[in-house]
Design a protein around this ligand. Sequence first.
Ligand code: AMP
Length: 337
Amino acid sequence: YFRTMEKVLSGIRPTGYLHLGNYFGAVKNFLALQDNHECFFFVANLHALTTHPDPLSLSSSVKSVLAEYLACGLDPEKSTIYIQSDVPEISELYTLLNSLAYKGELEKCTSFKEKIRKHEENINAGLLTYPVLMAADILIHRAHKVPVGKDQEQHLEMTRNFAVRFNHRYGVDFFPEPQAFNFSQQLVKVPGLDGSGKMGKSEAEGNALFLRESNESIINKIKKAKTAPSPTEPNSVKPIEIENLFMLMGLVSSKETIQYFEDKYNDCSIQYGPLKMQLAEDIVKFALPIKEKIVDLEKNTDLLGKIAKLGAEKARESANETIKGVKNLMGLKSIWL
Ligand code: AMP
């Protein structure tokens, strides 16, 4: 059942443009894994259905995430890049795994509790079984490593539970136990600009910085980012809003720049205006080449189509192998076909 090269899988929902949280929490690790792993990266459009998106905007978002993946450096020659709904075996495995997932554990899931708090009017079965579909995404290729941000840690744990449960029930080591993965050892959580939680596509306006954002807009958002009073005691602990700005700097600025502002913070001479200007400049510099590639790729629908088709073929080949094994083990192998 096992191959020699470790398998990697991850996806992003087409619910909007990619932001720095997606890049540093997920995509940056995808890039580093491409060369020495068997990688599967997909656009998670089935996962986007829970919020009932408009069909036209969903399909245009799929196209933009695919272009963004490629612009960031995902390479269809090295990785299998596909659209989730183009691989029906994922939905099949989701059906097969559903009976291994219990209502209690699904209801306890933090992201489910958060979603029902935020969207009381739309608590659908897709939201509840989100972790099962995610498990199907991962287990369909029997992946070992899943490069994701910290927000996905609990879902990964659930995937491991389903995998272990399956192996136990059918008495074989069929599924490996996949692990969340980040090169920096710790999973990354990129903060938003509003001084509170994480950067996210659906958070308040101005919270997220998108890869394709115009330079002016990046600068404006950073200017408006929440700050806190300047320190009055040397070496004080940073308030969360300031810690967040330094965290963003840690992602895009040079060591010297960061040290310069750290020293200023620690001797109480810091001014947040210049810090924000420097941060904005470094983010603009980081995003510019990616942005240019996104614009080019989005114009090239033929190329995007070819890449999606090739990806679906490769993904289905791998998925089929798993589905065959699963159905055999579960007693679903057809006697007549
Ligand atoms: P989503 O946009 O929720 O589909 O997330 C796609 C990927 O980006 C997942 O691997 C998330 O863990 C990651 N991600 C999203 N937002 C952040 C963030 N603020 N910090 C780190 N990783 C993130």
